[in-house]
Write a protein that binds this ligand. Structure first.
Ligand code: SAM
Ligand code: SF4
Length: 329
Protein backbone atom coordinates (compact mmCIF):
# COMPACT_ATOMS: atom_id res chain seq x y z
CA UNK A 1 0.00 0.00 0.00
CA UNK A 2 1.37 3.43 -0.88
CA UNK A 3 0.12 7.00 -0.71
CA UNK A 4 0.60 8.64 -4.09
CA UNK A 5 -0.51 12.17 -4.97
CA UNK A 6 -1.82 13.43 -8.28
CA UNK A 7 1.71 14.48 -9.35
CA UNK A 8 3.05 10.97 -8.82
CA UNK A 9 4.92 11.75 -5.59
CA UNK A 10 4.92 9.04 -2.95
CA UNK A 11 4.15 10.25 0.56
CA UNK A 12 6.01 8.12 3.07
CA UNK A 13 6.82 10.66 5.78
CA UNK A 14 4.33 12.25 8.20
CA UNK A 15 4.86 14.86 10.90
CA UNK A 16 2.44 14.89 13.78
CA UNK A 17 2.18 18.17 15.70
CA UNK A 18 1.01 17.04 19.13
CA UNK A 19 0.54 20.50 20.62
CA UNK A 20 0.57 24.16 19.58
CA UNK A 21 1.94 25.15 23.01
CA UNK A 22 5.54 25.86 23.83
CA UNK A 23 7.77 27.02 26.67
CA UNK A 24 9.57 29.41 24.27
CA UNK A 25 8.35 32.10 21.86
CA UNK A 26 10.85 32.16 19.01
CA UNK A 27 10.44 35.44 17.13
CA UNK A 28 10.14 33.78 13.70
CA UNK A 29 7.70 31.11 14.87
CA UNK A 30 5.13 32.83 17.06
CA UNK A 31 3.73 36.26 17.83
CA UNK A 32 4.44 37.54 21.34
CA UNK A 33 0.83 37.19 22.40
CA UNK A 34 -0.58 33.88 21.31
CA UNK A 35 -3.94 32.30 21.93
CA UNK A 36 -3.54 28.57 22.26
CA UNK A 37 -6.07 25.91 21.37
CA UNK A 38 -8.62 24.74 23.92
CA UNK A 39 -7.60 21.25 25.02
CA UNK A 40 -10.74 19.52 23.76
CA UNK A 41 -9.87 20.61 20.23
CA UNK A 42 -6.48 18.89 20.39
CA UNK A 43 -6.31 15.22 19.49
CA UNK A 44 -5.86 12.79 22.36
CA UNK A 45 -2.87 10.47 22.56
CA UNK A 46 -5.17 7.58 21.52
CA UNK A 47 -6.32 9.56 18.48
CA UNK A 48 -2.74 10.34 17.47
CA UNK A 49 -1.88 6.67 17.92
CA UNK A 50 -4.75 5.67 15.62
CA UNK A 51 -3.54 8.17 13.06
CA UNK A 52 0.02 6.90 13.26
CA UNK A 53 -1.20 3.34 12.76
CA UNK A 54 -3.35 4.35 9.78
CA UNK A 55 -0.47 6.13 8.07
CA UNK A 56 1.89 3.20 8.62
CA UNK A 57 -0.75 0.83 7.23
CA UNK A 58 -0.74 3.09 4.17
CA UNK A 59 2.99 2.68 3.57
CA UNK A 60 4.37 5.55 5.64
CA UNK A 61 7.79 4.54 6.97
CA UNK A 62 8.80 7.64 8.91
CA UNK A 63 6.91 9.55 11.59
CA UNK A 64 8.17 12.69 13.29
CA UNK A 65 6.62 14.05 16.47
CA UNK A 66 6.75 17.82 16.64
CA UNK A 67 4.75 20.88 17.71
CA UNK A 68 4.76 23.47 19.26
CA UNK A 69 7.08 21.91 21.76
CA UNK A 70 6.17 18.21 21.91
CA UNK A 71 7.81 17.67 25.30
CA UNK A 72 5.56 20.19 27.07
CA UNK A 73 2.60 17.94 26.36
CA UNK A 74 1.90 15.25 28.92
CA UNK A 75 1.47 12.02 26.98
CA UNK A 76 4.11 12.59 24.30
CA UNK A 77 6.30 9.83 25.72
CA UNK A 78 3.31 7.48 25.78
CA UNK A 79 2.62 8.34 22.14
CA UNK A 80 6.24 7.62 21.21
CA UNK A 81 5.98 4.29 23.03
CA UNK A 82 2.79 3.42 21.14
CA UNK A 83 4.21 4.37 17.76
CA UNK A 84 7.49 2.62 18.54
CA UNK A 85 5.53 -0.66 18.57
CA UNK A 86 4.49 -0.35 14.91
CA UNK A 87 6.64 -2.97 13.25
CA UNK A 88 6.41 -1.56 9.72
CA UNK A 89 7.62 1.86 10.87
CA UNK A 90 11.29 2.32 9.95
CA UNK A 91 11.95 5.63 11.68
CA UNK A 92 10.40 7.42 14.62
CA UNK A 93 11.85 10.90 15.13
CA UNK A 94 11.30 13.94 17.28
CA UNK A 95 11.88 17.66 16.84
CA UNK A 96 12.35 19.59 20.07
CA UNK A 97 13.75 22.83 21.42
CA UNK A 98 15.74 20.68 23.85
CA UNK A 99 14.71 22.30 27.13
CA UNK A 100 13.02 19.16 28.47
CA UNK A 101 15.55 16.61 27.24
CA UNK A 102 17.37 16.24 30.58
CA UNK A 103 14.11 14.80 31.91
CA UNK A 104 13.04 12.74 28.90
CA UNK A 105 16.07 11.75 26.77
CA UNK A 106 16.29 8.19 28.12
CA UNK A 107 12.55 7.58 27.81
CA UNK A 108 12.62 8.88 24.24
CA UNK A 109 15.41 6.46 23.34
CA UNK A 110 13.66 3.58 25.11
CA UNK A 111 10.53 4.27 23.06
CA UNK A 112 12.52 3.52 19.90
CA UNK A 113 13.61 6.96 18.75
CA UNK A 114 17.12 7.00 17.31
CA UNK A 115 17.42 10.47 15.84
CA UNK A 116 16.22 13.82 17.09
CA UNK A 117 16.37 17.38 15.83
CA UNK A 118 17.18 20.09 18.36
CA UNK A 119 16.69 23.75 17.53
CA UNK A 120 19.63 26.00 18.32
CA UNK A 121 19.81 29.47 16.81
CA UNK A 122 22.61 31.02 18.84
CA UNK A 123 25.45 30.14 21.21
CA UNK A 124 25.19 33.51 22.89
CA UNK A 125 22.88 33.49 25.95
CA UNK A 126 21.72 37.08 25.46
CA UNK A 127 20.97 36.57 21.80
CA UNK A 128 19.29 33.27 22.49
CA UNK A 129 17.04 35.03 24.97
CA UNK A 130 16.24 37.69 22.39
CA UNK A 131 15.44 35.11 19.70
CA UNK A 132 13.26 33.00 21.96
CA UNK A 133 11.92 36.03 23.90
CA UNK A 134 12.87 34.52 27.28
CA UNK A 135 14.72 31.21 26.75
CA UNK A 136 17.66 30.03 28.85
CA UNK A 137 20.44 28.70 26.62
CA UNK A 138 21.92 26.58 29.40
CA UNK A 139 18.77 24.47 29.40
CA UNK A 140 19.32 23.66 25.73
CA UNK A 141 22.98 22.80 26.28
CA UNK A 142 21.91 20.50 29.12
CA UNK A 143 19.34 18.96 26.77
CA UNK A 144 21.95 18.34 24.06
CA UNK A 145 24.20 16.67 26.61
CA UNK A 146 21.40 14.48 27.93
CA UNK A 147 20.51 13.38 24.40
CA UNK A 148 24.16 12.56 23.67
CA UNK A 149 24.42 10.55 26.87
CA UNK A 150 21.27 8.67 25.93
CA UNK A 151 22.91 7.73 22.63
CA UNK A 152 20.49 9.67 20.42
CA UNK A 153 21.78 10.90 17.09
CA UNK A 154 21.33 14.67 16.94
CA UNK A 155 20.84 17.18 14.17
CA UNK A 156 20.77 20.85 15.14
CA UNK A 157 18.30 23.13 13.36
CA UNK A 158 19.04 26.80 12.99
CA UNK A 159 16.79 29.38 11.36
CA UNK A 160 19.26 31.90 9.94
CA UNK A 161 18.18 35.54 10.16
CA UNK A 162 20.33 38.29 8.69
CA UNK A 163 20.42 40.67 11.65
CA UNK A 164 19.99 38.20 14.50
CA UNK A 165 22.35 35.29 13.99
CA UNK A 166 23.69 34.98 10.43
CA UNK A 167 27.13 36.15 11.62
CA UNK A 168 27.19 33.23 14.06
CA UNK A 169 26.83 30.54 11.43
CA UNK A 170 30.58 29.63 11.43
CA UNK A 171 30.57 29.30 15.25
CA UNK A 172 27.46 27.15 15.14
CA UNK A 173 29.15 24.88 12.60
CA UNK A 174 32.26 24.71 14.78
CA UNK A 175 30.05 23.75 17.74
CA UNK A 176 28.47 20.98 15.65
CA UNK A 177 31.93 19.76 14.63
CA UNK A 178 33.23 19.80 18.21
CA UNK A 179 30.20 17.86 19.43
CA UNK A 180 30.06 15.50 16.44
CA UNK A 181 26.54 16.61 15.43
CA UNK A 182 24.86 17.40 12.11
CA UNK A 183 23.45 20.88 11.59
CA UNK A 184 20.89 22.36 9.18
CA UNK A 185 20.33 25.99 8.33
CA UNK A 186 16.79 26.96 7.40
CA UNK A 187 15.56 29.94 5.41
CA UNK A 188 12.78 31.61 7.38
CA UNK A 189 9.31 30.97 6.01
CA UNK A 190 6.55 33.60 6.09
CA UNK A 191 4.10 31.62 8.22
CA UNK A 192 1.89 33.84 10.39
CA UNK A 193 2.11 37.57 11.05
CA UNK A 194 4.86 38.70 13.38
CA UNK A 195 5.75 42.20 14.50
CA UNK A 196 9.47 42.06 15.47
CA UNK A 197 10.94 42.00 11.99
CA UNK A 198 10.07 42.04 8.32
CA UNK A 199 10.63 38.59 6.89
CA UNK A 200 12.22 40.07 3.75
CA UNK A 201 14.70 42.17 5.77
CA UNK A 202 15.96 39.07 7.59
CA UNK A 203 16.28 36.90 4.52
CA UNK A 204 19.66 35.32 4.01
CA UNK A 205 20.00 32.69 1.33
CA UNK A 206 21.48 29.24 1.86
CA UNK A 207 23.98 29.93 -0.93
CA UNK A 208 25.24 33.00 0.92
CA UNK A 209 25.77 30.95 4.08
CA UNK A 210 27.44 28.13 2.23
CA UNK A 211 29.91 30.41 0.47
CA UNK A 212 30.69 32.04 3.83
CA UNK A 213 31.40 28.59 5.28
CA UNK A 214 33.45 27.49 2.28
CA UNK A 215 36.12 30.00 3.33
CA UNK A 216 36.82 27.96 6.48
CA UNK A 217 35.77 24.43 5.58
CA UNK A 218 36.08 22.16 2.58
CA UNK A 219 32.50 21.14 1.89
CA UNK A 220 31.76 18.05 -0.15
CA UNK A 221 28.35 17.95 -1.81
CA UNK A 222 26.41 14.87 -0.82
CA UNK A 223 24.08 12.93 -3.00
CA UNK A 224 20.65 12.86 -1.40
CA UNK A 225 21.68 9.54 0.05
CA UNK A 226 18.86 9.55 2.58
CA UNK A 227 15.53 8.51 1.20
CA UNK A 228 14.15 11.06 3.64
CA UNK A 229 16.53 13.88 2.79
CA UNK A 230 13.52 15.68 1.32
CA UNK A 231 14.07 19.40 1.22
CA UNK A 232 17.54 19.33 2.82
CA UNK A 233 20.64 19.47 0.66
CA UNK A 234 23.68 18.22 2.53
CA UNK A 235 27.38 18.92 2.48
CA UNK A 236 29.93 16.85 4.36
CA UNK A 237 32.75 18.68 6.11
CA UNK A 238 35.87 17.09 4.65
CA UNK A 239 37.51 14.72 7.14
CA UNK A 240 34.62 14.91 9.66
CA UNK A 241 31.37 13.08 10.22
CA UNK A 242 29.40 16.31 10.49
CA UNK A 243 26.97 17.05 7.70
CA UNK A 244 25.73 20.56 7.02
CA UNK A 245 22.23 20.78 5.60
CA UNK A 246 20.46 23.68 3.95
CA UNK A 247 16.69 23.93 3.79
CA UNK A 248 15.95 26.56 1.20
CA UNK A 249 12.25 27.11 0.62
CA UNK A 250 12.98 30.42 -1.15
CA UNK A 251 16.20 29.90 -3.05
CA UNK A 252 15.92 26.23 -4.06
CA UNK A 253 12.40 25.00 -4.44
CA UNK A 254 12.17 21.43 -3.21
CA UNK A 255 8.53 20.66 -3.96
CA UNK A 256 9.26 18.25 -6.81
CA UNK A 257 10.69 15.74 -4.35
CA UNK A 258 8.23 16.41 -1.52
CA UNK A 259 7.44 13.16 0.26
CA UNK A 260 5.66 14.47 3.35
CA UNK A 261 2.44 15.71 4.86
CA UNK A 262 1.66 17.11 8.31
CA UNK A 263 -1.09 16.69 10.83
CA UNK A 264 -1.87 19.64 13.09
CA UNK A 265 -2.70 19.28 16.77
CA UNK A 266 -6.39 19.51 15.86
CA UNK A 267 -6.14 16.67 13.37
CA UNK A 268 -6.07 18.76 10.21
CA UNK A 269 -4.07 16.93 7.54
CA UNK A 270 -1.98 19.66 5.89
CA UNK A 271 -0.89 18.65 2.45
CA UNK A 272 1.70 21.39 1.98
CA UNK A 273 3.65 23.69 4.28
CA UNK A 274 3.02 26.70 2.07
CA UNK A 275 -0.65 26.18 1.14
CA UNK A 276 -3.87 25.87 3.07
CA UNK A 277 -5.04 22.66 1.35
CA UNK A 278 -6.13 20.40 4.18
CA UNK A 279 -8.51 17.63 5.17
CA UNK A 280 -10.14 17.22 8.59
CA UNK A 281 -9.17 13.87 10.11
CA UNK A 282 -10.51 14.66 13.59
CA UNK A 283 -14.07 14.62 12.30
CA UNK A 284 -13.46 11.07 11.13
CA UNK A 285 -11.69 10.03 14.33
CA UNK A 286 -14.55 11.37 16.49
CA UNK A 287 -17.38 10.21 14.27
CA UNK A 288 -19.81 7.70 15.74
CA UNK A 289 -19.25 5.75 12.52
CA UNK A 290 -15.48 5.72 13.01
CA UNK A 291 -13.67 2.82 11.44
CA UNK A 292 -10.04 2.28 10.55
CA UNK A 293 -11.08 1.66 6.95
CA UNK A 294 -12.95 4.96 6.70
CA UNK A 295 -9.99 6.81 8.20
CA UNK A 296 -7.59 5.22 5.74
CA UNK A 297 -9.92 6.07 2.85
CA UNK A 298 -10.05 9.71 3.89
CA UNK A 299 -6.26 9.85 3.97
CA UNK A 300 -5.95 8.18 0.56
CA UNK A 301 -8.47 10.60 -0.99
CA UNK A 302 -6.72 13.58 0.62
CA UNK A 303 -3.60 12.93 -1.47
CA UNK A 304 -5.45 14.24 -4.52
CA UNK A 305 -5.49 17.68 -2.86
CA UNK A 306 -1.75 17.90 -2.36
CA UNK A 307 -0.69 20.98 -4.35
CA UNK A 308 2.17 20.88 -6.80
CA UNK A 309 4.30 23.47 -4.99
CA UNK A 310 4.44 26.33 -2.51
CA UNK A 311 4.70 30.02 -3.42
CA UNK A 312 6.19 32.10 -0.62
CA UNK A 313 6.19 35.87 -0.97
CA UNK A 314 8.45 37.63 1.53
CA UNK A 315 7.48 41.14 0.52
CA UNK A 316 3.74 41.19 1.13
CA UNK A 317 1.46 40.23 3.99
CA UNK A 318 1.82 36.50 4.69
CA UNK A 319 -0.70 34.50 2.70
CA UNK A 320 -0.44 31.70 5.24
CA UNK A 321 -1.84 32.98 8.51
CA UNK A 322 -1.06 29.88 10.55
CA UNK A 323 2.14 30.03 12.54
CA UNK A 324 4.80 27.33 12.43
CA UNK A 325 3.81 26.13 15.91
CA UNK A 326 0.41 25.21 14.43
CA UNK A 327 1.90 23.78 11.29
CA UNK A 328 4.27 21.27 12.81
CA UNK A 329 7.77 22.15 11.61
N1 SAM B 1 9.56 23.29 19.32
C1 SAM B 1 10.32 22.41 18.52
C2 SAM B 1 11.56 23.09 17.99
O1 SAM B 1 11.68 24.31 18.11
O2 SAM B 1 12.40 22.38 17.44
C3 SAM B 1 9.53 21.78 17.38
C4 SAM B 1 8.58 22.66 16.63
S1 SAM B 1 9.33 23.95 15.70
C5 SAM B 1 7.92 24.70 14.96
C6 SAM B 1 10.12 23.04 14.41
C7 SAM B 1 11.15 23.75 13.59
O3 SAM B 1 10.53 24.78 12.84
C8 SAM B 1 12.23 24.43 14.41
O4 SAM B 1 13.49 24.00 13.95
C9 SAM B 1 12.04 25.89 14.14
O5 SAM B 1 13.24 26.57 14.17
C10 SAM B 1 11.40 25.88 12.77
N2 SAM B 1 10.62 27.08 12.45
C11 SAM B 1 9.68 27.69 13.22
N3 SAM B 1 9.16 28.76 12.58
C12 SAM B 1 9.78 28.83 11.37
C13 SAM B 1 9.67 29.71 10.26
N4 SAM B 1 8.82 30.72 10.24
N5 SAM B 1 10.46 29.46 9.19
C14 SAM B 1 11.34 28.43 9.19
N6 SAM B 1 11.48 27.56 10.21
C15 SAM B 1 10.72 27.76 11.29
FE1 SF4 C 1 8.55 26.88 20.37
FE2 SF4 C 1 9.84 25.52 18.52
FE3 SF4 C 1 8.27 27.58 17.83
FE4 SF4 C 1 10.52 28.06 19.10
S1 SF4 C 1 10.33 27.14 17.06
S2 SF4 C 1 8.51 28.93 19.59
S3 SF4 C 1 10.68 26.33 20.40
S4 SF4 C 1 7.61 25.70 18.72
Amino acid sequence: MQLIDSFGRTVNYVRLSVTDRCDLRCVYCMAEEMTFLPRNEVLSIEEFTSLGRAFVDLGVTKLRITGGEPLVRRGTIELLQNLGQLSALKELCLTTNGTHLPQYANAIRDAGVKRINISLDSLNPERFRQLTRFGDLDQVFAGIKAAQQAGLKIKLNCVALKHYNADEVPQLVQFALDEGLDISFIEEMPLGKISEHGRAAEYVSSDELRSQLSRDYRLLAQENSHADAGPSRYWQVDGCNTRIGFISPHSHNFCGSCNRVRVTATGRLLLCLGNEHSVDLREQLRSEHYSETALRERIINAMQHKPERHYFDLHNEPQIVRFMNMTGG
